[in-house]
Ligand binder design. Structure first.
Ligand code: KDG
Length: 328
């Protein structure tokens, strides 16, 4: 049985093989994507078993997702194959410069049909009794009304069972606006222990204006902390990360220089996996931030969301080169 439970939508991601705008992309590689699934795979590679609650379609893409997650050691016993809707799909361009655009085909997908009953079934199977951690992301809340109730049900069950809960804000502006997302995510925060996000995401959550700089990250994290969580992490990308703990102390760690960024998408999920693994290991906040940072750096150095997620040996090597040894 798994230490971590997560839920969401896993997608088949068709990623352009060459850099340039999507309009010019003619060749694509198929990857498995989905923020929560990326975190589950990252945790499994680091030796912390994860169970994934979700739905895929009864089609080849759904089969590919199930095989991939199972092959990574993720518990897919609660990943339902739903023959009433297709597996969600995304197309993603590659860019050497500027923001990366995606096109989703996921409205009405199997993944968006995730429901509170799916979480009930997972709970009946004992998932929440043995786990120590629940990881959620804002993406699931944007999928559908039923997916949102699945999240609140999972959060409430996790609280009842004494699990720690993390929420990665993960705003997806192709799914909803900041104005629509902010109140929903704030409501979901109740009972969440750890909130993670980029500066712009934390600003939306806190109702702060845009344009926060890395130097203002501590004040922004404290504002989010005022909404209830005991730990807030600002993911600063190449500039590293900042952690805030209730009571007001903060830790800032620098980024790890990456010579060639192959594919930046999924770095935030890799960070979450490394950070949560650190807290489950029982290391201090700074060491957990370093683990998250190193996982993010390794993820951007490989194509797709999951290929670069490190195992303990790879992570240990990078951390040994980067700073204090945080290996178990
Ligand atoms: O964090 C990476 C995710 O954005 C990607 O895997 C796809 O989950 C995804 C989404 O909904 O955009």
């Amino acid at each position: 049985m798994s230490e971590v439970v997560t839920l969401g939508e896993c997608l088949a991601a068709f990623v352009a093989t060459t850099p340039g705008p999507l309009a010019e992309a003619v060749r694509f590689e198929r990857h498995v994507a989905g923020a929560e699934a990326n975190v589950a795979v990252g945790l499994a590679r680091l030796g912390h078993g994860a169970a994934y609650i979700g739905r895929v379609g009864a089609d080849g893409l759904g089969t590919a997702i199930v095989r991939r997650l199972r092959g990574e050691g993720v518990d897919v016993s609660q990943l339902i194959v739903d023959d009433a809707a297709p597996t969600g799909v995304m197309f993603r361009e590659r860019r050497a410069l500027g923001a990366i655009d995606v096109v989703y085909h996921r409205t009405g997908s199997a993944g968006s049909r995730l429901s509170a009953e799916d979480v009930d079934r997972a709970a009946d199977a004992g998932l929440f009794e043995v786990a120590r951690w629940l990881h959620l992301t804002g993406i699931t809340a944007a999928l559908s009304a039923t997916a949102r109730t699945a999240m609140t049900n999972a959060r409430d069950r996790a609280r009842e069972s004494g699990l720690r809960i993390s929420l990665d804000v993960n705003l997806r502006r192709r799914l909803w606006t900041d104005e629509a997302a902010a109140p929903v995510l704030r409501e979901l925060l109740e009972g969440v222990d750890v909130v993670l996000g980029s500066l712009d995401e934390l600003a939306v959550l806190a109702g702060a204006g845009s344009g926060t700089t890395a130097d203002e990250a501590a004040a922004l994290a404290a504002r989010v902390g005022g909404l209830g969580p005991t730990v807030v992490v600002a993911k600063l990308g190449a500039a590293g990360a900042l952690g805030w703990v209730s009571g007001g102390s903060t830790v800032r760690i620098p980024g790890i220089p990456v010579m060639t960024v192959v594919d930046p998408v999924g770095a935030g999920d890799a960070f979450c996996a490394g950070f949560i693994a650190g807290l489950l290991d029982g290391v201090e906040l700074e060491a957990a931030l370093r683990m998250g940072n190193a996982c993010g750096a390794l993820a951007v150095a490989a194509p797709g969301d999951q290929a670069g997620l490190p195992d303990r040996v790879e992570l240990g090597r990078l951390l040994a080169a980067d700073g204090p040894d945080t290996l178990r």
